[in-house]
Design a protein around this ligand. Structure first.
Ligand code: FAD
Ligand code: SIN
Length: 523
């Protein structure tokens, strides 16, 4: 049994920034399920949206965020995001993160849905630079202890003698190298486990994105919201290799145009902003064009961007496409939509608090309300910074007066034979295909019902294994993948309209009379 003031789960931007902030107040143990940089953060390209431009204002950023969110953003959360964001970006710079400059000023990029240039970036490797800077700062902080290859499995709860309600008092963790389950007790637990793109066949997300935080919080009785709003990024490189490589929206921001394979630009027919329309519109348009033509991809024509600018702004994209035998300077590159970002998650307030006392969430795992039904590009790194900071400021001063509790029953330790990874991998493939085919960019009542019918038996199988088999890293993930997939199906089945990222062909219009609300579910 390990005791620490705060346990943080996850070493992306949210977990690391939170750990640095809360370490001012107490001891921190940060568990991460693979090596420390493995995270979506490390792959982020475009940048961090924040108001720095002389022609920009918080009101404009708020307005753009609300428009993208299609009526479901929480205005108080958006206000906090936009007004506190620039200070958090400055703190990153003070910590040593090096963003691209233009002279004395930050270089600001443009992305879809933004009415001004406001994307702070480090060329096209923004996330890698942020992750590097934060990991460096964390390594120098003696109050933060990082454990790699430690996968959080379940949250521990106990009855709080003060309130007589249930309180989160720690995390059960699998040391994936030793194969051992270890309880960690804490006064507060922060879930910063990222998204769930791995629930889908095609995704821009790295392998760690299996929905663990949302699944754990749900099992612990926390409210989970808006899981139907999964963002599909319009431009992932086709074909995928080991994982799908993203072609940043910033490339369209600088002038690249989407074309059919016959060369015709098609986005004008779908939206006045054409290739820079909001992501949901672009992803659906590409999906429609691909279905109509039978082509497996559409093209992104970068010829309007001067070569020097491509070399300076998108060196990594140029290199990655080049390694695949493509020349983006001279020919269009093939792209397809892929699952990219989870707007829903563990429901939190603007201080990161979930509905279970003692349990907090930040970053992609959380549903703070800032994204509503659709996230504005580059608002997620900002969200992670702003709300991780606020959670630390909320938790820190409370640590001295918060008791360490013991869970009522010791967590069970199944000792049966471990399930074969190959069998679990096969189930995972089925889940990913069902989700892509039936719970993807365009949904319908019949397809959602079919998905549920095909996913339920897998859930029963996996739960049966969980009760008896010795836990492994693969079993932990498959259990969370199936749980998360079912949460997405459940939320999608409750939204009988089309709004933002949820498009239901049985109800192709917005229904503000009945559906202008979050979809909230509790175990
Ligand atoms: P992550 O960075 O994903 O970190 C999650 C951490 O939790 C990882 O360390 C993981 O190993 C760990 N973890 C997960 N489960 C467990 C468990 N059970 N136990 C222990 N540890 C666990 N957003 C922008 O704002 N701008 C961009 O330009 C941008 N570009 C993107 C490009 C790509 C290719 C992708 C995939 C995403 C992009 N996004 C962008 C989205 C953004 O990167 C993510 O939303 C953000 O980085 C999430 O940060 P996080 O800290 O919440 O999670
Ligand atoms: C991108 O660079 O297109 C990704 C930006 C984001 O997801 O916010």
């Amino acid at each position: 049994m390990t005791n620490t003031d705060v346990v943080v789960v996850g070493s992306g931007i949210a977990g690391l920034f939170f750990a640095l902030k809360v370490a001012k107040y107490g001891t921190v143990t940060l568990v991460t399920k693979k090596s420390r940089p493995e995270s979506s953060t490390n792959w982020a390209q475009g940048g961090v949206a924040a108001v720095f431009g002389t022609d920009d204002s918080p009101d404009l950023h708020i307005e753009d965020t609300l428009v993208a969110g299609a009526g479901l953003c929480h205005p108080d959360a958006v206000d906090v995001l936009v007004r506190e964001g620039p200070s958090r970006v400055r703190e990153l710079i003070e910590l040593g993160v090096r963003f691209t400059q233009e002279g004395e000023d930050l270089s600001l990029g443009r992305e879809g849905g933004h009415s001004r240039r406001r994307i702070v970036r480090a060329a096209d490797l923004t996330g890698r630079e942020i992750e590097r800077g934060l990991l460096h700062a964390v390594a120098e902080n003696p109050k933060i202890h990082i454990l790699e290859n430690h996968a959080a499995v379940d949250l521990l709860t106990a009855t709080d003698p003060g309130t007589l309600g249930e309180r989160c008092c720690g995390v059960l963790v699998l040391d994936t190298e030793a194969g051992e389950l270890k309880p960690f007790l804490a006064r507060a637990v922060m879930l910063a486990t990222g998204g769930c793109g791995q629930v889908y066949r095609h995704t821009t997300n790295p392998s760690i994105a299996t929905g663990d935080g949302v699944a754990m919080a749900y099992r612990a009785g926390a409210k989970v919201a808006n899981m139907e709003f999964v963002q599909f990024h319009p431009t992932a490189l086709y074909p995928a290799r080991d994982h799908t490589f993203l072609i940043s929206e910033a490339v369209r921001g600088e002038g690249a145009v989407l074309r059919r394979r016959d060369g015709a630009a098609f986005m004008d027919a779908y939206h006045p902003l054409a290739s820079l329309a909001p992501r949901d519109v672009v992803a659906r348009a590409i999906d429609t064009e691909m279905k109509r033509s039978g082509d497996p991809y559409v093209n992104l024509d970068c010829s309007a961007i001067p070569e020097a600018e491509i070399r300076a702004r998108f060196p990594n994209i140029l290199r990655e496409t080049g390694e695949r035998g493509m020349d983006m300077l001279r020919e269009p590159i093939p792209v397809v939509p892929a699952a990219h970002y989870l707007c829903g998650g563990v429901l939190t307030d603007t201080d990161g608090r979930s509905s279970v006392p003692g349990l907090y969430a930040a970053g992609e795992t959380a549903c703070t309300g800032v994204h509503g039904a659709n996230r504005l590009a580059s608002n997620s790194l900002l969200e992670a910074l702003v709300f991780a900071h606020r959670a630390a400021e909320r938790i820190g001063p409370q640590l001295a007066v918060t008791r360490m509790l013991q869970p009522a029953a010791p967590p069970p330790q199944p000792t049966g034979e471990a399930a074969a990874d190959a069998e679990l991998e096969a189930q995972r493939e089925v889940i990913r295909n069902v989700m892509w085919d039936s719970v993807g960019i365009v949904r319908s009542g019949a397809r959602l019902a079919d998905a549920e019918a095909r996913l339920r038996p897998i859930s029963e199988l996996v739960n049966g294994l969980w009760a008896t088999a010795r836990p492994t890293a693969e079993l932990v993930e498959v259990r969370n993948v199936i749980q998360t997939a079912l949460l997405i199906v459940r939320c999608a089945s409750r939204r009988h309209e089309s709004r933002g990222l949820h498009f239901d062909e049985d109800h192709p219009y917005r229904d503000n009379e009945h559906m202008l609300r979050d979809t909230i579910i509790v175990r």
